[in-house]
Design a protein around this ligand. Structure first.
Ligand SMILES: Cc1ncc(COP(=O)(O)O)c(C=O)c1O
Length: 284
């Protein structure tokens, strides 16, 4: 008999998580079925309001997934083809893919090996007169160092889109003591509700966050075929909606988000503690 045992560790035990909230989730899904309001309607509106309250941000624009959130945000900025966007080279493909999809130029920069997040020094080196925006990605639940990054963006007249797909609920503290949630510190923030994310639904979902009224209106229009008013298509947009069943699930799970995040931190702490003796390995 082999002395080796294979051990499979799921990244997030969604089944166990569901069973803890089964009654609430089942009732939420049933509520949508009973209403037959499968697209938009009260659930989506209420979720957007509740998430805006939680993040302390003015606008939440739900959409179909995190990749769309990035693409819609870039479209909202009205950039043109020769424009360069600084993006970390260590991230999920979507952060750079959205730039490429629009014919813009991604400029990959290296990350800080201590945090796996975008390095300010590398951003400074990558800056050119074509740079129009920067996409800091808050990877693995950890905020980028936003104060110097925001100063860099402000000093150089750049837009900042935070890719917050992996860090919803995370907070960053500025030197003046003020605390802000990730996704609310740049011009626009993008998040994903992919099932295994910190705030995950039971399918695909995403959202754009912003405190800027004009960008919010533009993003909302783009996500809805370029319409402000039904059948009046003013600009080129796309069809990117969060469906009502996902919104209903997310309303339940939002109430547990801080607890889920605390659990993730606890588990990460165990990895750090028990892998500390492995000389060649460093946990983030
Ligand atoms: C950093 C990052 N950005 C963007 C995305 C894209 O999100 P979605 O899969 O919802 O399109 C993900 C999802 O894996 C991600 O981890």
């Amino acid at each position: 008999m082999s002395t080796h045992q294979s051990l499979s560790i799921v990244m997030v035990d969604l089944k166990k998580q569901y069973l803890q909230m089964k009654e609430e989730i089942d009732a939420a899904i049933q509520r949508v079925i009973d209403s037959t309001a499968f697209i938009n309607g009260d659930e989506v509106r209420s979720f957007a309001e509740e998430l805006a309250d939680y993040l302390k941000v003015k606008h939440v624009i739900p959409c179909a997934n995190g990749t769309d959130a990035l693409q819609i945000s870039l479209m909202a900025l009205g950039l043109s083809e020769s424009d360069e966007i600084i993006v970390p080279d260590f991230t999920y493909a979507a952060s750079a893919e959205a730039i490429g999809l629009l014919g813009l130029t991604p400029v990959p920069v290296d990350v800080d090996p201590a945090t796996f997040n975008i390095s300010l020094i590398e951003c400074e080196k990558a800056l050119s007169d074509k740079t129009k925006a920067i996409i800091p990605v808050h990877l693995f639940g950890q905020s980028c160092d936003m104060e110097p990054l925001r100063r860099f963006a402000q000093d150089n007249g750049l837009y900042m889109i935070e890719d917050n797909a992996q860090a919803i609920g995370c907070e960053y503290t500025f030197t003046d003591g003020s605390t802000h949630k990730t996704g609310t510190m740049g011009h626009l923030g993008c998040t994903s509700f992919f099932p295994s994310k910190n705030l995950g639904c039971y399918g695909d979902g995403g959202a754009i966050t912003t405190n800027n009224d004009a960008l919010a209106e533009r993003a909302r229009m783009i996500a809805n075929h370029g319409q402000r008013i039904k059948y009046k298509h003013e600009i080129i947009g796309c069809n990117s909606r969060l469906d009502s069943i996902q919104a209903a699930v997310l309303r339940v799970k939002l109430q547990h988000l801080d607890r889920f995040n605390a659990l993730r931190r606890e588990v990460a702490g165990h990895y750090t503690k028990y892998l500390a003796d492995v000389a060649w390995l460093k946990t983030p």
